[in-house]
Design a protein around this ligand. Structure first.
Ligand SMILES: [Zn+2]
Ligand SMILES: [Zn+2]
Length: 149
């Protein structure tokens, strides 16, 4: 029989694995609500705990990701750079402005609906959806239009 952990014991697990430095890094991502790369997490964490080094930050980010407490993101504007954000923000997608490089979060139940329909149709089970939107934000659209006038 497959052993399935109860939600409470999962929480306890996470609690036990919550060292002060993991808590610190998680709280930085929770509070900012922004997408930070490892260097930026390190810069902020260092202000609060000067004993931290960048290797610890990398290792901790990896662990928090494994524990499903943070998400790793890639954005079209800078290839290969990994960003992190808290999972507490819920499901959303990202629009990258090609003009000012700003990231705008797109909240929509529609991607989930597509997955549900596809699952119902094929029996496939989704573990992850990666949807990447690119274009020009409202500010940059106006600038583009002014330039071409
Ligand atoms: Zn823009
Ligand atoms: Zn986001």
């Amino acid at each position: 029989m497959e052993e399935r952990k109860s939600f409470a014991s999962q929480l306890k697990d996470v609690g036990r694995r919550m060292t002060p430095q993991r808590k610190l890094i998680l709280s930085i991502l929770d509070e900012t609500g922004d997408h930070l790369d490892a260097d930026e997490v390190f810069r902020r964490a260092r202000k609060l705990n000067s004993n931290l080094n960048i290797a610890t930050v990398y290792r901790t980010l990896g662990l928090l990701k494994e524990m499903d407490l943070i998400e790793q993101r890639y954005f079209a504007r800078d290839h290969g750079v990994e960003y992190y954000e808290s999972v507490n923000k819920g499901e959303h997608y990202h629009f990258t402005c090609l003009g000012c490089r700003k990231i705008i979060e797109v909240e929509t139940p529609k991607i989930r609906q597509v997955q549900d329909e596809f699952s119902a149709l094929t029996g496939a089970k989704f573990t992850h959806a990666c949807v990447c939107f690119e274009g020009y934000c409202s500010n940059c659209v106006n600038k583009e239009e002014n330039l071409t006038l």
